[in-house]
Write a new protein. Structure first.
Length: 195
């Protein structure tokens, strides 16, 4: 024995035993013609794709042709300044988040608009003071304790839709003010503005 197992062909599963005519009947042949013929792959139009990050209540995006083999248009969102919009999660203390919700509903503005307003209202000096290192406590005479840098705190996530220019501006502010993160900077700006 050579160790090979003899198996029958899978094709026999699709045929019935020989009929009286001597040839096996092809069971799949009876299904031919039930479905409409498929168009060639190049003739199938691509569906219009909506930006997954775009909220349902947003105005309809403009139709811009996308250069491909077919002349199908897709909705594309772009800001007036040319940057792509992305959703950024930031973490706020529960009281700040509740206040942000109240103000945005009351005034019918987005969280992003509220954030822009907050940065107009709150000065860099106020924000920088929030991120200064905490002076060490002198506990003993043998070894001094180190100064601790303030970090962002845990909170509830809030999503902001920011353009690339807004994200770059925030990142520059984080560096300039010594904030531990973009989220911590946004949380402090909103807290100072809303309270």
């Amino acid at each position: 024995m050579n160790g090979m197992i003899k198996r029958s062909s899978v094709g026999t599963s699709f045929t019935t035993p020989k009929t009286s005519g001597g040839e096996p009947k092809d069971r799949a042949a009876g299904l031919a013609g039930l479905l409409p013929p498929r168009p060639p792959a190049s003739a199938v139009p691509e569906p219009l794709v909506k930006d997954a990050l775009e909220p349902e209540a947003a105005p309809s995006p403009t139709m811009v042709p996308v250069p491909q083999s077919s002349t199908v248009t897709r909705p594309v969102t772009s800001s007036a300044s040319g940057g792509g919009v992305a959703t950024i999660g930031v973490y706020l203390a529960p009281l700040t988040l509740d206040r942000a919700r109240e103000v945005s509903l009351e005034r019918r503005i987005t969280y992003t608009d509220l954030l822009v307003e907050a940065f107009d209202f709150v000065t860099d000096t106020q924000l920088a003071a929030e991120f200064l290192p905490v002076e060490p406590l002198v506990q003993g005479k043998a070894m001094p304790t180190r100064a601790r840098r303030r970090r962002g705190t845990a909170g509830i996530q809030m999503n902001l839709r920011l353009s690339s220019e807004q994200r770059e501006w925030l990142d520059a502010k984080v560096q300039a003010l010594g904030a531990p993160s973009r989220s911590a900077l946004v949380a402090e700006a909103l807290r100072l503005h809303l309270n």
